[in-house]
Write a protein that binds this ligand. Structure first.
Ligand code: PEP
Ligand code: MG
Length: 845
């Protein structure tokens, strides 16, 4: 992806002085052959360069032409490089256009853009260009191409390509990052290169930043075009992908509006101070009222030192930092999906896509090629592109600039840990009002609601990702208050009104009391709900279902308990590996398991052994790439092959068990009894070596084979926990990450329910209990059905607990069993869902 140092024609062999060409094609073939001879491209690339001239003009102007191959022939490029033909007599490129410098480009990435920028500068310096055309020194040409291209880049032509179609944006929130990343994927998959034009602005849809820079709003009309024999198909395919997103965008907008309205309703509206207070007006971003002392987070102007390194090493460093950041983002996406939901997690998915943006990488490389340090170049590239996005005056783009800064900061920290900015790591004890120029989504997602009562930012917008996350966290928030906000002194007392979008300064004691009374009323209502949450899930006829939480970190346990969890039914330990760039040691693992046990007291903790593979790839383990990772060496299969991963984890778990607590070990992705037998045997060996207590050993049921053979597995397992996410994926043969099929991947499908019934039956034959820790457990209707099917433990995202408990408390077991029987007899998931009788809902309400 990074330009090879050979991209600069430092070698005289790549610059041919005083060449002759009989025709344009002859000139193109000559530079093409120079690239072949230099090993930059495979033979045949010259033909591709010639064919490209048929579909696009590569004459830049002022006697310079830049022939290069067709996009579909990029496979012929072995490494980035350029070759220059100096034609003193010139060759006619197009009627009336004579080329004197022919710069042939071979580039796998868009790194030729850097060369283009330099050429643009040259073109504007006519005397210099003439001197180069007359020069006998290949190094003079090489040097000219290697110089900084500070002059403005050439404007992209605004013409549409041969096959064009128009489309009017009907996404309510415009082309924001999430649909833009889907556009980018569609463009990358299209059979020909596409162009998207809005008015005079053109974008390469393969670049997220380029798309976002169009600033498309709902109602804007764009022209999508492509060239070549596959052009029409490319446009049609791309348009189909673009249109498919409409329904989801509309649904998302409606859901977001409903969420804001619902939140506003629960927290109440219309608080007004009784006295005339000074007020800073902003935009309401997350409802509720909060009182606190201002804590201004300095807009840490990051000073990144410019420490040039050898280009090859710099490229490797950047690649490594990007790779580690991608892994970190995968972990963050997964964790956010499980904690806050898939739609909030999509924020980070869009951020992760920015890591692959060719403009960003190209600019960074260009700066590195110019002799700057890696971190400095990256920081510059992020700042410049984010600056361009902000300068367009479009709030959607301003929010994307914040995303770019956010993800950019992660890469910086990966490049050099001393550049990690811990802006919100030093919050004072007690509740403060966090004041900042803007808050990154990463910062917001990790805020501790115990320390922060509310948020006010000078910049940002109500649709920014930080605002969305603040709503999910229930933190009142006001954005776009303006620079005056940042001038507030650290100890100023304020009231943040997240419904009206106001920040009231220095409230009088009377106003404070009245605002406090308002907050207290709402808190009292919440507390009443919380009191209900902690009641057990006992049906009206006395059948109790154990309710647990899916929690990965000790510091998340108190929240889960507050939501009503009676234990942890699933600790996904792969996050210990995914969130960091290396493998945690046995000691480090033990410390974490002990911290989990300590946070839970006597409550049960089920730790799942590493489930690596599938969608959870850990780059630093350097596992072989698989064609179908979900069907590959995943979970237990990997553990059985990698004692270096299994043994330290088991040792850490048994060492932790020696200190008390109610620990169980669970193995993921078990398919056959022999796997469990081997893993159990290894557990016993390690337990005996450490003289540790025996702990229950259970398995996940997530492969249909395991469900069908539950009776055989139950002989060796102390309990089962059904992973409905994977069981659904494998039963219905639907990749759980495929957005196209997401609606069809319904765990309520009777085929999945039948496998659950078989699991319960097999377990019962050996007196084992069955839990569910997949997503179905957190759906109140799903929980009711599962209870009817005989599941006795449900483990879920903490936020889902109150609704599930309420649903179960309102039902009686015979009704639930009858519901389960009827569900099993249905032909499809839709008919099962239709059994979710409104009467049952009302009783639960
Ligand atoms: C599941 O598959 O349902 C499950 C709980 O495991 P994970 O989501 O971690 O694969
Ligand atoms: Mg699973």
């Amino acid at each position: 992806m990074l330009p090879n140092p050979a991209i600069l024609p430092e070698e005289a062999a790549l610059v041919r002085i005083g060449a002759q060409a009989g025709s344009k094609e002859d000139a193109i073939r000559q530079v093409g052959q120079m690239l072949v001879a230099a090993g930059c491209v495979a033979p045949g690339y010259e033909d591709s360069m010639v064919r490209r001239e048929g579909v696009a003009n590569t004459f830049l102007g002022a006697g310079v032409a830049i022939p290069h191959g067709l996009g579909e022939d990029k496979g012929l490029v072995r490494r980035d490089g350029i070759a220059v033909l100096q034609l003193r007599d010139g060759v006619e490129w197009n009627p009336g256009q004579t080329a004197h410098l022919v710069v042939g480009i071979a580039a796998n990435s868009d790194s030729h853009i850097a060369i283009l920028r330099r050429l643009t500068r040259l073109i504007q310096d006519e005397p210099r260009l003439s001197a180069l055309v007359a020069s006998d020194d290949p190094h003079a040409i090489a040097a000219a191409l290697g110089e900084d291209g500070a002059a403005p880049a050439a404007q992209a032509p605004v013409a549409d390509l041969a096959h064009a179609a128009q489309w009017t944006v009907d996404y309510p929130a415009g082309l924001h990052a999430r649909p833009a990343s889907a556009w980018m994927e569609a463009a990358r998959a299209a059979p020909a290169a596409l162009r998207v034009r809005h008015g005079a602005d053109c974008a390469d849809p393969k670049s997220l930043v380029s798309l976002l820079q169009l600033g498309l709003k709902c109602g804007d009309t764009v022209t999508i075009s492509a060239d070549g024999p596959q052009g029409r198909a490319a446009v049609d395919q791309f348009l189909a992908a673009v249109r498919r997103l409409t329904a989801r965008e509309k649904e998302d907008a409606a859901r977001a509006a409903a969420k804001v309205a619902a939140a506003a309703q629960t927290t109440g509206r219309g608080w007004q101070p009784e006295t005339a207070l000074t007020m800073l007006a902003g935009v309401a971003a997350s409802p509720g009222l909060a009182i606190g002392t201002v804590h201004v987070v300095a807009a840490a102007e990051l000073s990144v030192p410019d420490e040039p390194v050898d280009l090859g090493r710099g490229g490797a460093m950047l690649d490594d930092a990007l790779r580690r950041t991608r892994a970190q983002m995968t972990a963050l996406i997964d964790d956010t999906t499980r904690r806050l939901g898939a739609s909030d997690a999509a924020i980070f998915k869009a951020q992760a896509d920015l890591l692959d943006d060719t403009d960003l990488i190209t600019l960074t490389c260009q700066l590195m090629v110019e002799g700057h340090g890696v971190a400095w170049s990256w920081h510059q590239a992020v700042s410049r592109i984010a600056g361009q996005l902000s300068a367009l005056g479009n709030p959607v783009l301003a929010a994307r600039a914040a995303d770019l800064h956010d993800v950019g900061r992660r890469v910086l920290a990966a490049l050099d840990p001393t550049l990690a900015t811990g802006s919100i790591d030093t919050l004072p004890e007690g509740s403060c009002i966090l004041v900042a120029a803007d808050l990154s989504p990463s910062d917001t997602a990790t805020l501790d609601p115990e320390k922060v009562a509310g948020i006010a930012t000078a910049l940002g917008g109500p649709t920014s990702h930080s605002a969305i996350l603040a709503r999910t966290l229930g933190l009142p928030s006001v954005v776009a208050v303006g620079q005056d906000l940042l001038a507030l002194s650290a100890q100023t007392k304020v009231i943040v009104d997240g419904d009206a979008g106001r920040v009231w300064l220095d409230p009088t004691p009377a106003d404070l009391a009245c605002a406090q009374a308002w907050i207290d009323r709402i808190a009292a209502r919440r507390q009443a709900q919380e009191a209900e949450r902690s009641r057990p899930a006992v049906t009206t006829d006395g059948h109790q279902v154990a309710i647990a939480a899916n929690v990965n970190r000790p510091d998340s346990v108190p929240f889960a308990l507050a939501e009503g969890a009676e234990g942890v039914g699933l600790m996904r330990t792969e996050f210990l590996f995914l969130e960091r760039g290396d493998t945690p040691s046995e000691d480090e693992q033990e410390a974490i398991y002990r911290a989990m046990i300590a946070a839970l007291g006597d409550r049960p903790l089920i730790v799942r052994a590493l489930d690596i593979g599938g969608d959870k790839q850990v780059p630093h383990l350097d596992l072989p790439t698989e064609e179908n990772p979900f069907l590959g060496v995943r979970g237990a299969r990997l553990l059985l092959r990698r004692p270096d991963l299994l043994d330290p984890q088991l040792r850490a778990l048994y060492r932790a068990a020696k200190h008390g607590g109610d620990l169980s070990i669970m193995f993921p992705m078990i398919t056959s009894a022999w796997e469990l037998e081997r893993l159990r045997a290894r557990c016993e060996e390690i337990r005996a070596e450490l003289d540790a207590p025996a702990v229950p050993i259970g398995i996940m049921i997530e492969v249909p084979a395991a469900a069908v053979q539950a009776h055989a597995l139950a002989q060796h397992a102390d309990f089962f926990s059904i992973g409905t996410n994977d069981l659904t994926q494998y039963t219905l043969a639907i990749d759980r990450q495929n957005p196209e099929l997401a609606a069809e991947a319904d765990s309520l499908h009777p085929a999945v329910l039948r496998l659950i019934a078989l699991t319960v039956e097999g377990a019962a034959a050996h007196g084992r209990w069955v839990g569910v820790c997949g997503g179905l457990a957190g759906d109140p209707f799903g929980a009711a059905l599962l209870t009817g099917l005989g599941v006795t433990e449900l483990s879920m995202t903490p936020r889902d607990i109150p609704a599930v408990k309420a649903r179960l408390r309102a039902a009686n077991l015979p009704d639930l069993q009858d519901l389960a029987r009827r569900a099993l007899a249905q032909p499809g998931a839709a008919q099962v869902r239709a059994l979710d009788a409104p009467a049952l809902d009302e009783r639960a309400a």
